[in-house]
Each structure stands twice: as C-alpha cells, then as structure tokens.
Design a protein around this ligand. Structure first.
Ligand code: PMT
Length: 407
C-alpha cells in the first residue's frame, strides 16, 4: 500500500478536485483530503446533495481550506459555481467514494448535479474509488458501467474485500485513503512518464480461424497478459496501439485498441501500425494454421470422418523481425517442453531483442489466470522471475523496454 510519504513529491502543488458522493464511506474522504493536503496538493471539494448527509461540508471545508461546492449556484448571493472552470482548474478529478448510482450516471452521461456536470466537462484525468455493498458491486449493471468508464479512460481504484456497512463481507469497501492518495500520486508523477514520446504496439489475446459461420479454431488466451502490458506502457507515457483478438477485457486507460479476429487480420493491422512505431510486444497467441477454405454455410455432419485441410498463417513477429531496423521487438514463447531451447530458437528466428518464456508446466503460469511465471531471455543471458501477478510481470517487461530505449 502506498504511503502519504511516498506520495508527497508528485502531489506537491497539484490541484485535486475531490468529489464526494452519498456513501457511508464518505467519512474516509476526510482522511483522504488530509493526506492530499499533507502531501502538498491544493484540494477543492465538490459534494452531491446526498453526500452532505454522510459528512458535513464544514468538516470538508475546514480540511480542504476551501468552500465546499454542492449547488450550481450559491443560494445566498446567486454566484455561479462553474463546472467548466472547476474541470479546467483540476489536475485530477478524484471521486471518492463513488456510489453505484453516480457511476451509472457517469457511464450514461446524466448531469443532474454539480459533481456530474463537472465530470462531463473535465479535461483532466478522472479517478473513481467505488464504494458499495458487495451485491451492488458484483451486479452486471455496475460491472458494465465500470467497463464503460474504464474504456473512456477513467481510472478505477478497486474496492477492497472485507466487512461492509451492511454487515455482509465481500468486495465493495472503498480502498483505504492512503492507497487512493498513492494511486493519484502515481498517476500525476511526471517522473514516471519514462516512455513519453514512444509509440508501441502490443498484440494480445487469441486469434479465431473460421471453419464455417458457426465453428472456429482458437486457443485459451484471455488477453490478460497483453492488456496488462499495454496498460503499463501507457501508464509510463507511451502511445500504445493494442491489436487485440476477441476478449471481454476493458481497454486499459489511454490505450488505442484495434480489434481483429483472425491471424491474417492481426498480421495486416500489426504490420501497418509497425511503420510508425518505435517497437512492438508480441503477446498474442496467434494461430499457426487456418482452414484452407471457409465454408459459407454450416457444415453438415455425415456418417464418416471429416478432414479439414489447414494452411500455414503468416508469422507476424517474424515479419516485423525482418523489417525491424533499430526498432524494439519483444516476443513471447508459450511452451510445454524443452522450454528454454524453443525460446532461444524463437529469439533468433524472429529477431527479438528479448523473449518472455512461460511454460504450462509451471503452476499459475500462462493462459487465463491473473498470475504468470516467466523467464526473460536475451542474447546475454536469462532472468528467471518468481510467480507474480500479470501486472507485475508487465512492469518488469516495461522496465526492460525502458532500459533498451536508453542504451
Ligand atoms: O492471454 P492470457 O490468457 O493472459 O495468456 C497469456 C499468454 C499465455 C497467451 C502469453 O503469456 C503468451 O505466452 N503469448 C504467446 C503465446 C504463443 O502463441 O507463443 P508462440 O510460441 O506460439 O509464438 C512465439 C511468438 O511469435 C509470440 O510472440 C507470438 O505472439 C508470435 N507469433 C506467433 C505466430 C504468428 N503467426 N505470429 C506471431 O506473431
């Protein structure tokens, strides 16, 4: 968990607009405000009318050292509280706690209070820290709203698991103030934009090779590893084009996604983007073979066996390797046996700068899960990493990429 101490430098002098909605977790907003102020940020607070029932404007005004904004205009003197200028003023709009109701309104563009009109006109990064009961959080409507918001670049500080105000236990409790302050500090930390100006491609997910309008050949890739890499590179300031097979994952903030289906589609999209790029990370699980012909109509079963003739697909990574020049190329190898020997061969054959080896023999590695266990291999040696989250693996890969760009 990030501490306010760690957050101090990046937040000094930064302008944080803190939005508070009507949740029992609003009491934590007082501590959050305090942490942001202690870290040197200037804080203004906007509250929904309901939020005032959970924490008093007086408390928040005292802590933020600024008047609290709730209405579109000041009822005493008629002064207009401009949502546009609030949005322009802020370096970051942090809505904590964010209720299911407010998230739904944000996702659909409802603008019936000052907090929401400010969201619609904000040009700065927007961060939400959801807080609600576990069933409300898990509800498909809330999850869809969060995906919609993430797809539009809103950053989400995941709620924690634990005891909730309802007495139930589960996921929905707002993250702790220090974690939220650390998240915002990371987001605003210019020193961390180490890949600013770099244009990178990431391929992710599985390709789908049609047999007929109903069936296809594919594999188990969920896209999680590639999406984690795309998100990490974008967080470090790179312009990222994510060439993605079909997946249910939200687009990571700041990433430009190109959707593809087949290996041939992925080849076309990736090779095209590579002309303008400084490098690519090839994480997709691409079909090596595809049906030679695709039936226009559903194949009917007969009495005997059915043979489908397959042809080789084009190797995207090998093509990029052949036209690489001084660009950077990172590959993956998913193996089941003789892992290192196969990875070494791919490193050379596809002209990768380094290759990320994961083996299905390692528990917690490879497809679908949230963890991976990888070995990074280049021409000077190997670095075996322990089992870690795909996010952490992505960070280690991004560290190497950064290092290679500064050679
Ligand atoms: O998506 P997840 O569920 O999170 O799973 C992650 C993962 C297991 C898919 C990922 O970690 C991984 O290992 N991706 C590469 C899987 C693979 O198919 O590797 P390969 O050994 O077949 O291919 C070697 C390299 O060539 C890879 O970089 C691959 O993207 C690339 N390739 C392969 C064939 C092809 N036609 N074009 C390619 O670009």
């Amino acid at each position: 968990m990030a501490s306010a101490q760690a957050a101090s430098a990046p937040l000094a002098g930064r302008r944080i607009l803190l939005g508070i909605t009507g949740s029992i977790a609003a009491y934590k907003a007082a501590m959050l405000c305090r942490l942001l102020k202690t870290a040197g940020a200037e804080v203004r607070v906007v509250m929904t009318p309901l939020a005032k029932q959970f924490i008093t404007p007086l408390t928040m005004a005292t802590l933020s050292k600024n008047p609290i904004l709730v209405e579109f205009f000041n009822p005493e003197n008629g002064a207009w509280n401009s949502h546009v200028s609030l949005g322009e003023w802020a370096d970051c709009y942090l809505i904590a706690p964010a209720t299911a109701n407010t998230l739904a309104k944000m996702a659909t563009g409802v603008a019936d209070n000052l907090l929401l009109t400010t969201y619609l006109s904000a040009r700065c990064p927007v961060v939400v820290a959801p807080a609600m009961d576990l069933d409300m959080y898990a509800h498909p409507a809330t999850q869809q709203n969060l995906r919609t918001l993430a797809g539009r670049g809103v950053r989400i500080v995941e709620p924690a698991e634990g005891e909730l105000a309802s007495g139930l236990t589960g996921k929905g409790r707002m993250a702790e103030p220090a974690e939220i302050a650390g998240f915002v500090a990371d987001l605003l930390d210019e020193k961390k934009k180490t890949l600013a100006g770099k244009r990178l491609i990431v391929t992710a997910g599985a390709t789908i090779e049609a047999i007929d309008p109903v069936r296809f050949i594919s594999n188990h890739s969920s896209g999680k590893m590639g999406y984690a890499i795309a998100g990490e590179l974008a967080a470090r300031g790179a312009s990222v084009t994510l060439v993605s097979g079909r997946t249910a994952l939200p687009v990571p903030p700041g990433v430009d996604r190109v959707d593809v289906l087949s290996a041939d589609d992925m080849y076309e999209a990736t090779v095209k983007a590579f002309d303008e790029a400084d490098g690519a990370v090839m994480c997709a699980a691409v079909a090596d073979y595809t049906p030679e012909t695709v039936s226009d109509t559903k194949l009917k079963k007969g009495d005997g066996e059915l043979f489908i003739r397959l042809r080789r697909t084009r190797d995207i990574a090998a093509e990029l390797g052949s036209r690489k020049g001084n660009r950077l190329l990172v590959g993956f190898a998913l193996e089941t046996n003789d892992e290192e020997a196969h990875a070494q061969l791919k490193l050379e054959k596809k002209n990768f700068d380094f290759i990320v080896l994961n083996s299905l023999r390692d528990a917690g590695a490879g497809f679908r899960g949230d963890t991976n266990k990888v070995t990074l291999i280049d021409r000077s040696g190997r670095e075996e990493l322990p089992l870690m989250s795909k996010r952490e693996v992505a960070a280690r890969i991004a560290d190497r990429i950064e290092h290679l760009f500064t050679r």
